[in-house]
Design a protein around this ligand. Structure first.
Ligand code: SF4
Length: 167
């Protein structure tokens, strides 16, 4: 590492030390689901967009950003349903995604929970009756919790997932 690069690195570390952790203050934790009792402490989350407009994904992204920092409550995203305790699902389930959603759910080890995020996931929202829509998430896989809203705010997503970790 050059002298200049190491100087920048040291300066950055000093800045991080002096600023500390800056995130939104913790709100209320969501209701603890009885089914989540075996998942206390932390949960690994696999996300499936089953037909969303991507608005809900932007808010989920915010929940995992440094601003809301949901990882401080033990919620982590994983790349495979085989590593996940929780499946978050957005969008109305489209005809083309129904089978993929079912397969992702079946690949998860037990105990496993499903959280439907957004009005579309709950009851198809603005896409209800669309020609390519198979139905709400609960028509395809069992749903344990819902986060309503179009899209739901990051606070609501954080609260719901904190209800699963109990933190
Ligand atoms: S609930 Fe709203 S933001 Fe989320 S996928 Fe549906 S239309 Fe988009």
């Amino acid at each position: 590492m050059s002298g200049r690069a190491s100087g920048v690195g040291v300066g950055l570390i000093r800045k991080i030390r002096s600023a500390g952790r800056v995130a939104e203050p913790a709100g209320d934790r969501g209701e603890r689901l009885p089914q989540a009792a075996g998942l206390a402490g932390s949960v690994q989350v696999r996300h499936v967009d089953a037909g969303s407009c991507n608005g809900c994904e932007i808010e989920i992204g915010q929940a995992f950003s440094p601003v809301y920092d949901i990882e401080r409550y033990g919620v982590r995203l994983v790349a495979s349903p085989r590593h996940a305790d929780v499946l978050t699902v957005t969008g109305p389930v489209t005809v083309n995604m129904a089978s993929a959603l079912r397969k992702a759910y079946e690949a998860m080890p037990e105990p496993r929970l499903v959280v439907a995020i957004g009005d579309c996931a709950k009851d198809c929202g603005v896409f209800a009756g669309g020609h390519g829509v198979a139905g709400p998430v609960s028509d395809v896989v069992p749903v344990d919790a819902q986060v309503p809203g179009c899209p739901p705010e990051p606070d609501a997503i954080v609260a719901a997932l904190r209800g699963l970790t109990g933190r």
